[in-house]
Design a protein around this ligand. Structure first.
Ligand code: AMP
Length: 183
């Protein structure tokens, strides 16, 4: 099963990804985690990405697509992409990569949470990019650059929207219901 999570920062993508990886044994690729590791290790990609991440902006497509191409080969028995794609250009690149492997996406899950709830969640999380000004920028980046993916995947007929307000368990139960159709 090849699965993508689309949702604003704070929607619970990382938390729900951990549940899915535990129960479904998928390879988990979080571009946010990969980029944070690169920043910490001060690799050339990390040094390039850091300034965008600190400003709450998206890292340029070519940098992130490079990170994904490198890792996707490890995904033999399906994958969960969390935080990628985040732009239409990334979605098109992903479609191309997966078409070459003859392994298209099965489902895209949109985790929907209203902005005011996101703001409260993120402000209490305490990550370096979780201060109010940067949070605002990240939400703007989501609405302008990432939300168009909802339309893109609706047109491909693989989008499932989940209301992600509620407890972690409640939201995970809804996700499982969707995934169990694909098992
Ligand atoms: P996340 O942990 O997914 O919230 O990502 C943290 C930050 O990493 C984002 O605010 C972006 O600056 C950067 N990032 C992660 N994934 C991507 C992506 N697919 N495209 C561009 N930037 C990304």
């Amino acid at each position: 099963m090849r699965l993508v999570f689309v949702g604003p920062p704070g929607a619970g993508k990382g938390t729900q990804a951990e549940n899915i990886v535990r129960d479904y044994g998928l390879f988990h690729l979080s571009t946010g985690d990969a980029l944070r590791a690169a920043v910490k290790a001060k690799t050339p990609i990390g040094l390039e990405a850091e300034k965008y991440m600190n400003a709450g902006a998206l890292v340029p497509d070519e940098v992130v697509i490079g990170v994904v191409v490198e890792r996707l080969d490890e995904a033999k028995s399906g994958c969960l992409l969390d935080g990628f794609p985040r732009t239409i250009a990334q979605a098109e690149a992903l479609d191309k990569i997966l078409a070459e492997k003859n392994s298209p996406l099965d489902v895209v899950i949109e985790l929907a949470v209203p902005d005011d709830e996101l703001f409260t969640r993120l402000a209490s999380r305490g990550r370096a990019d979780d201060n109010p000004d940067v949070i605002k920028q990240r939400l703007v980046a989501y609405h302008t650059q990432t939300e168009p993916l909802v339309d893109y995947y609706t047109k491909s007929g693989i989008l499932k929207k989940i209301d992600a307000v509620g407890t972690i368990e409640e939201v995970y139960a809804k996700i499982k219901k969707v995934l169990d159709e694909y098992k």
